[in-house]
Design a protein around this ligand. Structure first.
Ligand SMILES: [Zn+2]
Length: 152
């Protein structure tokens, strides 16, 4: 029997979709929500802090803060081959937070990126098969994308 939990963090992050047919090619930003979904078995070990949980929500939050929030909050995410945008951003002061990525920063691609940021940090010492099962990224209140790793 497996259970799942979700925890999210939000950031204010800029991007653009350089080839987009309409307004998404302009520099703009979103209040992104990055939601981690974890699966595993509830810890049965008596007397430990995690008894009855998959993992402490606070521990998931700390991982999301460090590996998502602190990387892209109040930052501009730019595709490494978006030369026009790279040129503009490189003219800003050196403390401007620019995150260059090897993909067009759509919600779909950002969900996969976020999964790869977070997944290595999700583990448990209780043998409860804890794993990150998906990352969900909300770009607008009506628009979400999810990344699920391929099943092995
Ligand atoms: Zn956008």
């Amino acid at each position: 029997m497996s259970s799942s939990i979700r925890r999210w963090v939000e950031t204010d992050t800029g991007h653009r979709v350089p080839n987009h047919k309409s307004k998404c090619r302009h520099f703009h930003g979103h209040r992104y929500r990055w939601e981690a979904e974890l699966e595993g078995e509830v810890v049965q070990e008596e007397g430990v802090s995690e008894e009855g949980m998959l993992i402490d929500f606070g521990d998931v939050s700390s991982i999301l803060e460090e590996h998502i929030h602190d990387v892209v909050d109040h930052a501009f995410v730019v595709y490494e081959r978006d030369e026009e945008a790279i040129e503009v951003l490189s003219g800003l002061s050196s403390d401007h937070r620019t995150v260059v990525v090897p993909f067009i920063p759509t919600a779909e691609n950002l969900a996969k990126w976020a999964f790869e940021q977070v997944s290595p940090h999700i583990y448990s010492s209780y043998g409860n098969k804890l794993r990150l099962s998906a990352m969900h990224v909300r770009e607008t209140p009506k628009s979400w994308a999810s990344w699920h790793p391929p099943t092995q």
